[in-house]
Design a protein around this ligand. Structure first.
Ligand code: NAD
Length: 248
């Protein structure tokens, strides 16, 4: 039996891309998956149906993770309905690219608010639930942009680098409470996010990937599953790079 069997796991931005792949993976392991989404009820229902076909206890939790009040409401409902949280995946994220010299403050703040502040507020709320029971595991989805920032992604790269530092800082603070905190660092993964990149530019980027192809969302989900599982019981403060060798 999987050690995630019967555990309660929350995934943000869980209705497509990497988040949905993680939700599917955790459902296969027998976890009760709480699938956060921001809006788009039809897409959310479709994603829920896919995950429920594997694990019927899955449910949706609507909240904009750039909104602190919405985050508080979401965690209040988890505390009320489940009384615990065993695994948390900070996955929701956005890009709003542009050259820094021309980047307005709104674009900067939107990406920082979602990708970094949202990750902090969610992690803090998750950790409070976990620390009470002296057990839990948190994984944040960072990016290779954190360590190799591409031109036009100052906001995204800064936010994702922040999540790596946040992971390490929180691993130190939460270790004594039995809570592990890690991150995955994906390279180019085939999702809506990379489909926004013009195909010639994406092809040029993929030339620098030793494995010679774009990654699949399930390949990130496998790393997340490992970090959440008891197989990673002595792993905290780590970054697992899933990039086909891009930054090695
Ligand atoms: P995606 O755009 O398909 O998925 C992002 C998800 O986050 C969507 O479901 C979206 O609705 C949700 N989301 C965005 N803002 C939100 C908010 N304020 N509140 C709640 N949900 C919100 O892209 P993806 O590639 O699956 O991205 C998942 C994560 O992986 C992101 O953090 C992204 O930065 C990271 N990442 C992606 C790649 C890649 O190549 N695709 C590479 C490195 C890191």
């Amino acid at each position: 039996m999987s050690d995630l069997q019967g555990r309660v796991a929350l995934v943000t931005g869980a209705t497509r891309g990497i988040g949905l792949a993680v939700a599917v993976e955790l459902a296969r392991e027998g976890a009760t998956v709480l699938m956060n989404h921001r809006g788009k009820p039809e897409r959310a229902q479709e994603a829920l149906a896919r995950v429920r076909a594997i694990q019927p206890r899955a449910r949706l939790l609507q909240a904009d993770i750039a909104d602190s009040a919405a985050i508080e409401d979401m965690f209040r409902s988890i505390r009320h309905d489940h009384g615990r949280l065993d695994a948390f995946v900070n996955n929701a994220g956005i890009t709003q690219d542009g050259y820094a010299l021309m980047m307005g403050e709104a674009k900067w703040r939107k990406v920082i608010d979602t990708n970094l502040t949202g990750a902090f507020l969610c992690t803090r709320a998750a950790a409070r639930l976990m620390a009470r029971r002296r057990t839990g595991a948190i994984v944040t989805v960072s990016s290779t942009s954190a360590v190799r920032p591409p031109v036009g992604q100052a906001n995204y790269a800064a936010a994702k680098a922040g999540t790596v530092a946040l992971t390490q800082a929180l691993a130190k603070e939460l270790g004594p409470y039995g809570v592990r905190v890690n991150c995955v660092v994906p390279g180019f993964i085939d999702t809506s996010m990379t489909r926004q990149i013009p195909s010639d530019r994406l092809a040029e980027n993929l030339r620098h990937v030793p494995l010679g192809r774009i990654g699949r969302p399930q390949e990130v989900a496998s790393a997340v599953r490992f970090l959440l599982s008891d197989a990673a019981a002595y792993v905290t403060g780590s970054s697992v790079v899933v990039d086909g060798g891009l930054i090695c």
